[in-house]
Structure formats: structure tokens, C-alpha cells
Design a protein. Structure first.
Length: 548
């Protein structure tokens, strides 16, 4: 019985399922299936389950030899690789806490996370070492930096640097290590900081496990392969190895997503299930149709958010799709099976363990009726499946937990059948001429234009107070789009108050590298630029009537 099935067996009683900590799962897989493949890097290393167990324990012993103790914070900055998992698991075996750093961070953001975490030890890939050097003088607490993939000499910095050879020289796999309990912290993962300073989320092991339960029963079968491009500093990246261990399957890793190589990887490594985000699916659809579109072993995809082109994606590639909703702070309370009512849903509330509760509330935390937009709030009747708090930020923790519910900051609505629908980040909602407007709904209409690849709508200050709507648009390769034509396209498709005043054609939208979500904070900061088209100015210039 897999750990996921064991979890399902305890649903009714609400008991904590066994083997929900990844180190315990590795111990079992290393004992029961030592020679079966566990992790394969595309074009790189391949390890068995015994190999993963032994190497993670060697890293633990190496950490112990340099003085890492339970509760200590160890910062890591690693590409999507098996070494990223060892850097994490070695810390975990000692009940210390890994602080994975976003690979895109540099300068102020990198300095902030390392200093805020108080890390004495940092593990960093050679490809990111120059960034660490830029902020090295400000990192007072750092004493030792491990560069596991270093080749050649290391730079002179105000702390000691060692290679993997020195770090692991005398380290041995010690099977007597107990490892962490499910209430211990699996990692401290920093938020993006879009509403202020980034916050270190203390993620318990039970919470991390929630991302692997509630999936369709045949999501991964023993011997299957799960394909992941999710980075190791994100909960989805960490859960990639969890999925392989929970479902007695194997993990195939690629450093970053490549639409040109995706299907080659799937075929070469026999991948049966993949984890993708909506923009990745959209990019796969942009490739010219091919007779080999269904010639692959992939059966299903875990996909979120769902793209408007969901049906076309499923039909063209012969796939099933499931979805869900989760956050670093709360785990994954919403999930779906393979049967989805539409492309807008995030799923339903999970049943069984963990026993989540969720509702949609107004600004005073009163529950709103089905079909009404409000904020999603979540809590659980089971312990340790929601974050232990924001590190060093008791006020922010208390604010998020007001009235006994964790406030997600996400606008949602729920239908009569219990399906949840993400509407917008509460802070991304646009207020125009007395109307509350969902940027998500504006984008859905804009994306219907045949020349539009993707778009992002934000509010910009209006001379009348409140907001005007600006939409940034990426045009499909080989297509042309006139902003005035886009507005004419939108007039019959949306209420007058939702029609954007400003349109800007851009080469690409700013994205988070973890989830490929648009960083709207950057678009809001950019505001109006010299290349922004203004509908009202164009109307005044040609004398055309106001259309909204």
C-alpha cells in the first residue's frame, strides 16, 4: 500500500497517516525497492531509491560534521537537480531547517533573505556564486559556503568556501538517524513579497504532504514516472520527489521548462504524468500540429491554473487533466478528479485527511452566498497541515489568522455544487467608476482575440480617482495587433466599465520563475509608458464617440 493509500484509509477517523515525512518514505523505499530508479535528471544523473537514501544521509553527516544542529537555518540556492534535494534532505535528517532561495534573487532580495533567515551555512550552485559575491560584505552571520558543483578555484569572499569534495570527504550514511517528525518544519520558504517585505513561511512536513493527497487514484501508479520542471525553492518542486516516493514511482527532472523539448523528454523517459502551470500548456499548444501529437506515454497532467484553451489542449494531445489550489501557507485544500465542469474551476474541498474547512467571506469575515465574490479563508481540524507562522513576524501571522481562519488574500466564489473558482488576487482587483472589476475576467475577454497570446490587466491611477484599466498584451508570433482594433473587439464582449482605457503591446509579461504567474506588481509599478496607447486620447484626436 502506498503512503497516499494509507492516508486515504485513515480519512474517516481523521487520524494522522503513517509515513508522511519524506525521510521516512525514503527509508521505506530504500529498504523495499533499493534498486528501482528513483530520480533521473534529463541528460544527467540517475539514482536508485537506495542511492537517494544513502546520499541524503551522507549530506546529513556532512552537515553534522560542520556543526549544523536541530533548529538551525541553512540557506540553499540550487538549480532543479538531485543535489538540490540532497541539500534539503541532509538538513532535514538533522531536524534543522532549509531556507531555499529563489534562483532569480540577487542584490537586495538575495541579501534580505540570507540576512533575515540568520543562516550561518549557505549551499549555493557555482552558477549563482557571483550573485552571492555581490552581497557578501553585508552577510554578517554567514560563516561557511558550500559550492557542490564547483570546478576550478573558488573566489575570495569574507567567509570560508568549500567544494563538495571537501564537504563530503569523510561523510557516511548513518541509518541510525531518527529524522524529523510530521510537526517539524520541512522548510522555510519565502513569499514573493508583493505586499511588503518577503515573509519566511514555516512549512511543516504534514503540510508539505498535503500536496500529494487528494489526487485522482490513478494519478501515479507503481512504476510510473512523474515529469517535473518545478524549481526546488517552491513547494511544488519539493513535492515532485514526494510524489515519486508516495506513489512508488520515479521522478524525471528538467532544470527549466522547454516547450521544444517537453515531448522529447516525455517519450525518452517514459513519463506518464506531468505537473504543469497554465502558461506552459498554452506554449505547448502554440507549436504547429503534428501527426505525433498523441504519440507519447503521457496519460494525465496536473495543471493549474487551467487555461481557457483547456479543451483544445486535452483533445490535441489526448490527455486527462486534474487541477487544484494551494498556497505555501496552507497546503492544498482544493483538488479535483479528472472530470472538470469547466476551465475556470480550482476544484472542490478535499475530503478526509486532512480535514480542511474553507469558505468565501466578505470584508467583515461573514460568509457570502454561492455565486458571490469574496475572500477565501481556510482552516483545518487536523494539526500541522497549515503553516506554523511567518518567521519573526508575529503581527503578520496574527493578521493572516484573524477570527480563527487563515486569510488567503485571494478572491473566490463557490457554486451550488461546491466547485471553487479563483477570481483574482484581492490586491489585483480594479476599482473603476464605482465598480469592482476582476483583472482575471478582463484578461479572459482579451485573450479571446485570435492574435493575442496572453495578457495582464492592472489598475493605474485615474485623474478622476479610483483606477483606469491598463492591459499589457503579448501578440502571437507572426501576428499583428492594433490597440484600437482590440478595443473594438472587446466592446460587444464585456460591460462598458470593463473596457480598458490603456493598451500596451509587449514582448513578454514579467513572470515568477517558480509558477510562471504574471508579476502584476511590476506592471503596476511601470504604470503608463511612452508606448502605452490611450483610448481616450485616440478618441479625442479623431473625434470618434466615446465607447465606454
Amino acid at each position: 500500500m502506498t503512503a497516499a493509500n494509507a492516508a486515504n484509509a485513515t480519512h474517516a477517523a481523521g487520524a494522522v497517516p503513517g509515513e508522511i515525512v519524506l525521510t521516512d518514505l525514503l527509508r521505506r523505499r530504500g529498504r523495499d525497492a533499493p534498486d528501482e530508479p528513483a530520480v533521473q535528471e534529463v541528460g544527467g544523473r540517475e539514482l536508485t531509491w537506495r542511492g537517494v537514501l544513502d546520499e541524503s544521509l551522507r549530506w546529513a553527516d556532512a552537515y553534522r560534521r560542520i556543526g549544523v544542529v536541530a533548529g538551525e537555518h541553512v540557506a540553499t540556492m540550487m538549480p532543479n537537480s538531485v543535489d538540490a534535494y540532497f541539500a534539503w534532505l541532509g538538513v532535514a535528517w538533522l531536524r534543522a531547517i532549509e531556507v531555499p532561495i529563489n534562483n532569480m534573487y540577487r542584490a537586495r532580495m538575495l541579501e534580505y533573505v540570507v540576512r533575515n533567515s540568520g543562516a550561518r551555512v549557505v549551499v549555493v550552485s557555482a552558477r549563482f556564486l557571483d550573485r552571492l559575491a555581490e552581497v557578501a560584505p553585508a552577510l554578517d552571520a554567514v560563516e561557511l559556503v558550500v559550492v557542490p558543483d564547483a570546478e576550478g578555484s573558488l573566489p575570495h569572499l569574507p567567509f570560508r568556501l568549500i567544494t563538495a569534495d571537501d564537504f563530503l570527504a569523510s561523510a557516511k550514511a548513518d541509518l541510525s538517524i531518527d529524522g524529523p517528525a510530521y510537526w517539524d518544519v520541512a522548510a522555510m520558504i519565502y513569499t514573493s513579497g508583493t505586499t511588503g517585505a518577503s515573509k519566511g513561511v514555516l512549512v511543516p512536513w504534514s503540510e508539505q504532504f498535503t500536496f500529494s493527497v487528494g489526487l485522482p487514484e490513478d494519478f501515479l501508479l507503481p512504476g510510473d514516472a512523474y515529469y517535473s520542471v518545478y524549481p526546488p525553492f517552491h513547494v511544488s518542486g519539493k513535492n515532485a520527489l514526494y510524489n515519486a516516493a508516495v506513489y512508488d514511482s520515479r521522478l524525471v527532472l528538467r532544470d527549466t521548462f522547454s516547450p521544444n523539448e517537453f515531448w522529447n523528454d516525455v517519450r525518452a523517459y517514459g513519463c506518464t504524468t506531468a505537473g504543469l502551470v497554465g502558461p506552459m500548456a498554452a506554449l505547448l499548444l502554440l507549436a504547429p500540429p503534428s501527426p505525433s501529437d498523441r504519440d507519447h506515454p503521457l496519460r494525465g497532467v496536473a495543471l493549474g491554473p487551467l487555461p481557457a484553451t483547456l479543451d483544445a489542449f486535452k483533445e490535441r494531445f489526448g490527455l486527462r487533466v486534474c487541477t487544484g489550489y494551494g498556497m505555501t501557507e496552507i497546503g492544498a485544500p482544493l483538488t479535483s478528479g479528472w472530470e472538470l465542469p469547466n476551465h475556470r474551476t480550482c476544484g472542490r474541498l478535499k475530503t478526509g485527511w486532512p480535514r480542511y474547512e474553507a469558505k468565501v467571506v466578505d470584508e467583515h469575515d461573514h460568509e457570502v452566498p454561492p455565486g458571490t465574490v469574496g475572500e477565501l479563508v481556510v482552516r483545518s481540524m487536523d494539526p500541522w497541515v497549515i503553516m506554523r507562522g511567518y518567521y519573526g513576524m508575529p503581527e503578520a501571522t496574527a493578521a493572516a489568522w484573524r477570527n480563527g481562519w487563515f486569510h488567503t488574500g485571494d478572491g473566490f466564489m463557490i457554486d451550488e455544487d461546491g466547485w471553487f473558482y479563483f477570481v483574482d488576487r484581492m490586491k489585483d482587483a480594479i476599482r473603476r467608476r464605482g465598480e469592482n472589476i476582476s483583472s482575471f475576467e478582463v484578461e479572459a475577454c482579451v485573450n479571446e482575440h485570435p492574435a493575442v497570446q496572453e495578457s495582464a490587466a492592472v489598475g493605474v491611477p485615474s485623474e478622476l480617482g479610483e483606477d483606469e484599466i491598463k492591459v499589457a498584451v503579448v501578440v502571437k508570433p507572426g501576428e499583428m495587433l492594433d490597440p484600437a482594433e482590440l478595443v473594438e473587439f472587446l466592446v460587444p464582449r464585456m460591460p462598458r466599465f470593463m473596457i480598458p482605457r490603456y493598451v500596451e503591446i509587449v514582448d513578454a509579461l514579467p513572470k515568477t520563475d517558480a509558477t510562471m504567474r504574471t508579476r502584476k506588481v511590476e506592471l503596476r509599478e511601470q504604470g503608463l509608458t511612452p508606448s502605452t496607447w490611450d483610448r481616450e486620447a485616440a478618441r479625442a484626436a479623431d473625434g470618434s464617440p466615446l465607447r465606454s
